[in-house]
Write a protein that binds this ligand. Structure first.
Ligand SMILES: Cc1cc2nc3c(=O)[nH]c(=O)nc-3n(C[C@H](O)[C@H](O)[C@H](O)COP(=O)(O)O)c2cc1C
Length: 182
């Protein structure tokens, strides 16, 4: 299979909003390779089903997203817990869209972990206003790091320290930001 890359996409600093009532849904295998994407996913990311299925979810990864967030996502999923978070995604045309994502483990009939399932909704602008500077600070830390491993660990440490200062758990913070009015 030919591995698609988004490295050739020219970034356009323009946001495309999800509709209020819509859900972006996808399923992946254990490695994050897409096995299913709904119509809204395809319309927002601007890929056809054939282009996206079997590709890794990082096909829509935006370079403004800190590695530390994905480290936390995978840490959470490996513990078979559900993840909530705000993600800036890259469209095929170079523009971006923010989502509030919930990712959960999926089990087969034998009760064994078989993959992951994600549902995203439109996030309130007020949440993005709070999350964006945190992500920018994480990215700045990652740029100074000497290795990828150090980058994701140091920026995740920063996120954890921010949360400790606010005396909140990550999940509680993102859920309360999502529930706040925009
Ligand atoms: C169910 C599921 C949904 C995901 N959704 C996204 C997503 O919407 N955007 C994204 O950039 N990464 C998403 N990821 C994470 C990607 O698999 C990947 O870890 C991330 O894009 C970072 O890629 P990189 O480590 O190759 O830079 C998802 C993973 C899973 C398991």
């Amino acid at each position: 299979m030919v591995k698609k890359t988004n490295a050739s996409i020219v970034l356009i600093d323009e946001e495309v909003m999800m509709a209020d009532e819509e859900f972006i849904v996808s399923k992946t295998d254990l490695r994050g390779n897409i096995t299913y994407a709904n119509r809204v996913f395809l319309e927002m990311a601007l890929y056809s089903e054939a282009e996206i299925v079997h590709q890794n979810h990082n096909i829509i990864r935006h370079p403004d997203m800190p590695k530390g967030v994905f480290k936390f996502l995978w840490q959470t999923l490996k513990q078979e817990q559900e993840f909530f978070g705000f993600v800036k995604n890259l469209r095929k045309d170079g523009r971006y869209y923010w989502v509030f994502a919930n990712v959960t483990p999926e089990y087969n009939q034998a009760g064994k972990l078989a993959g992951f399932y994600s549902v995203r909704r439109k996030p309130p602008a007020s949440a993005i206003n709070i999350i964006e500077p945190i992500y920018q600070a994480m990215l700045a830390i990652e740029k100074k790091a000497t290795s990828n491993k150090q980058a994701e660990q140091q920026s995740l440490d920063y996120l954890v320290a921010q949360l400790q200062a606010l005396e909140v758990e990550y999940q509680d913070l993102v859920i309360s930001l999502y529930n706040a009015k925009s």
